[in-house]
Design a protein around this ligand. Structure first.
Ligand code: FE
Length: 140
């Protein structure tokens, strides 16, 4: 088995490499499982059409089509652009069991998913704006 086979994600970097390409806020969120403040983040109230991509690796994560107003102050989505775009992991920090959502391509922490979202999925992907970048849909 060579090093490449051992890699958990398609994009793997050391912390030092990540620090070089991410802002300090992005590094804290993506690589240290940080959480940004509610209502004081870039996209919680963004209603423009487009796609949210991973700030770490550019992976397409969520479409504005699945964004809804959760009232939480964080950008919230009923589903990812495709199932394989994200992966989940049990998170037992803060003394409660939550499900963390990560970018499937680079393993960057994006937020958490809860089962109190709107139908038909019933899912609420509660994301950190700073872990993503918004790519506005071009009008044709
Ligand atoms: Fe990523």
């Amino acid at each position: 088995m060579n090093d490449r086979d051992r890699m958990a994600h398609e994009v793997e970097k050391t912390d030092e490499e990540w620090r070089r390409i991410l802002t300090p806020d992005e590094f804290h969120l993506l690589r240290r499982k940080g959480t940004e403040p509610a209502f004081r983040n870039a996209y919680w109230d963004n209603k423009r059409p487009g796609t949210y991509i991973c700030a770490g690796c550019g992976n397409e994560l969520f479409s504005s089509d699945s964004k809804f107003d959760s009232g939480t102050g964080w950008p919230s989505f009923s589903e990812p652009v495709k199932k394989e775009a994200v992966e989940t992991e049990e998170d037992r920090s803060l003394g409660v069991v939550r499900t963390a959502v990560k970018c499937a391509r680079c393993g960057g922490h994006l937020g958490h998913v809860f089962r109190d979202g709107p139908p038909p999925t019933g899912m609420r992907h509660c994301m950190n704006s700073g872990a993503m970048r918004f790519r506005e849909k071009k009008r044709d």
